[in-house]
Design a protein around this ligand. Structure first.
Ligand code: ADP
Ligand code: MG
Length: 227
């Protein structure tokens, strides 16, 4: 599903990623942990095509069978819209739109049929326990509900992979636990692949594999056998 090799990233003279290699299979739930500043967000943004590796170093990046080396920005944004879902620490829902409208936006960008999209969004919200909340705006929802709307938005285009950057970092422990169980349920019922940056120990333990980053490199890989 994701093959990355020799990923480097410089910001000016600062080398933030120092040659990361990784391989993620379809249906895996991967947790990325490590201290603040170790390059987790930078790596996630590169894997998620929101940012690019530093070019002059020989790298390769393949997501969902497509090589992303040297692909144009227009093609890349279409690829991202069709193949990748994102969940951020702060939900980043658009405040002036309802929950249902927020969920529909990535599908409208992909020029999908309006009625079918709205029906699918309503189904996703129902699946996520939000059928009573479809016409609420983000500020009328709890933190946990906002994050579940963000999950529905990430799912609307049936992405190959969902990237989440500290998705429960801003939630109380109960809502965080609910969100983590939801990720595992989506993996179990839909085979959804997840790459999740987290400081949450419980979430990291629930993942199939945990990758630990330090100073711009993956320094350890733990495969969880409990599952
Ligand atoms: P993490 O998510 O593990 O906390 P980041 O990937 O956000 O780490 O950051 C890694 C390092 O890169 C940090 O030293 C950070 O200050 C630096 N950094 C991140 N983004 C930028 C940027 N846009 N410009 C300059 N430095 C950056
Ligand atoms: Mg970060």
């Amino acid at each position: 599903m994701i093959k990355a090799s020799n990923i480097h990233k410089y910001y000016g003279d600062l080398e933030v990623l120092k040659g990361v290699n990784l391989h993620i299979k379809k249906g895996e739930v991967i947790a990325i942990i490590g201290p603040s500043g170790s390059g987790k967000t930078t790596l996630l943004q590169i894997l998620g095509t929101l940012d690019k590796p530093t070019k002059n170093l020989n790298y390769s990046l393949e997501v969902n069978g497509i090589s992303l080396n040297g692909i144009s920005d227009t093609v890349l944004s279409q690829f991202r819209n069709e193949n990748i879902g994102f969940i951020f620490q702060f939900h980043q829902l658009l405040p002036e739109f309802t929950a249902l409208e927020n969920v529909c936006i990535p599908a409208f960008i992909a020029r999908k049929n309006k009625k079918e999209t709205e029906e699918k969004a309503a189904k996703l919200l129902e699946y996520l326990g939000l059928s009573e909340r479809t016409s609420h705006k983000p500020n009328e929802l709890s933190g946990g509900e906002q994050q579940r709307v963000a999950v529905a938005r990430a799912l609307i285009n049936d992405p190959a992979v969902i990237f989440a950057d500290e998705p429960s970092g801003n939630l109380d422990s109960k809502s965080a636990e609910n969100l983590h169980h939801l990720f595992l349920k989506l993996r179990k019922e839909m085979g959804q692949t997840f790459v999740i940056v987290t400081h949450n120990k419980k979430l990291a333990e629930m993942a199939d594999r945990t990758l630990e980053m330090k100073d711009g490199l993956i320094i350890e890989q733990i495969t969880n056998t409990l599952l």
